[in-house]
Design a protein around this ligand. Structure first.
Ligand SMILES: Cc1cc2nc3c(=O)[nH]c(=O)nc-3n(C[C@H](O)[C@H](O)[C@H](O)COP(=O)(O)O)c2cc1C
Length: 294
């Protein structure tokens, strides 16, 4: 390999509602600032033939789904020839619970089987895209920390300084027990629906669905058995017209205005602090740990 040329990094990413893609974009920009060149490949790719040969390092990014890797992403990575490659993992999730850590175990196993050297496993907290909408202050704080943490990750990865999240047998068991995507997503997906009075038939959901699970028949949108539970259809629906089956009470609608919040002086930077009490205190260990690292 020619060590004079800048390192090339491919970030292979699945992102339902943009959070993981955003962290990939942050990583790409930080790699660029450090003289490396990074590209992003979103799953599913537009072009089936994925060229890995010209890249030195492959990054694999995903959102945690029920303490696991999204199946659409795992299946794609299983199909890649990553033998002896330098790789790293990055993931986003809404909760700081350590049970999210075990989600990497299936990917790590796969990478070890292919004799990859694994440069790191990074976990960035980003807002929930399901269950409930985080307050603006927390969204802003997560975004600002992710920006700094991705900068550190990029430096570590380029220098070959490993950074791993530790997880134990209990975390693995938790991930195993919660492998409900296999049947849960397909089943729940069938119960997705459209509020006809609100729907403008803009077809954004149909065009954006990563598994082409939405079709139009007689001016009615239909959902098939191939839902990935990514929430893209309901999250981005401009009319909030898509309902999400049994999980409808957990529906979150509307993209997070990260940049706008970051620039808005009226929104506090430190929504979570040592003084925080109540539910939101659960996020403190994450921010405390990053304050130590950054
Ligand atoms: C079906 C589903 C399951 C999820 N499961 C978890 C979970 O187990 N733990 C967690 O912290 N967040 C969970 N989340 C929240 C997402 O991981 C989080 O919002 C993530 O940043 C979304 O990334 P994306 O915008 O790239 O899709 C889940 C989201 C969805 C849609």
């Amino acid at each position: 390999m020619d060590h004079q040329r800048p390192k090339r990094i491919l970030l292979i990413v699945f992102s339902g509602t943009g959070n993981t893609l955003l962290t990939a974009e942050m990583l790409r920009d930080h790699f660029g600032e450090k003289g490396a060149a990074a590209d992003i490949l979103q799953i599913p790719p537009e072009n089936k033939a994925v060229q890995l040969d010209s890249y030195d390092i492959i990054g694999l990014g995903y959102p945690v789904y029920a303490f696991n890797v999204p199946l659409i992403f795992l299946r794609f990575v299983e199909g890649l020839d990553l033998r002896n490659r330098e790789t790293f993992i990055f993931k986003t999730s809404g909760e700081p619970t350590t049970f999210n850590r075990g989600s990497s175990s299936s990917l790590l196993k796969l990478l070890k089987r292919q004799n990859c050297s694994i440069l790191g496993d990074y976990h960035f907290l980003m807002p929930y895209n399901i269950i409930f909408r985080f307050p603006d202050g927390l969204v802003k704080q997560m975004y600002l920390y992710a920006r700094r943490y991705t900068a550190l990750a990029a430096v570590n990865i380029l220098r070959g300084v490993p950074s791993f999240i530790s997880f134990n047998l209990l975390h693995r068991i938790f991930s195993f027990v919660f492998r409900i995507q296999r049947f849960g997503a397909a089943l729940n997906g069938r119960f997705y629906g459209i509020r006809k009075k609100q729907c403008t038939l803009c077809l954004l959901c149909l065009h954006r669905c990563p598994s082409k699970n939405i079709s139009l028949k007689n001016n009615t949108l239909k959902f098939g058995f191939n839902c990935q539970m990514c929430m893209r259809c309901s999250f981005f629906c401009p009319a909030d017209a898509v309902t999400i089956g049994f999980l409808n009470l957990w529906r979150v609608n509307g993209a997070f205005p990260f940049e706008k919040l970051a620039a808005d002086k009226k929104v506090k930077d430190n929504f979570i602090s040592e003084k925080t009490r109540g539910f939101y205190r659960i996020f403190m260990p994450y921010f405390r740990e990053l304050d130590r690292l950054l």
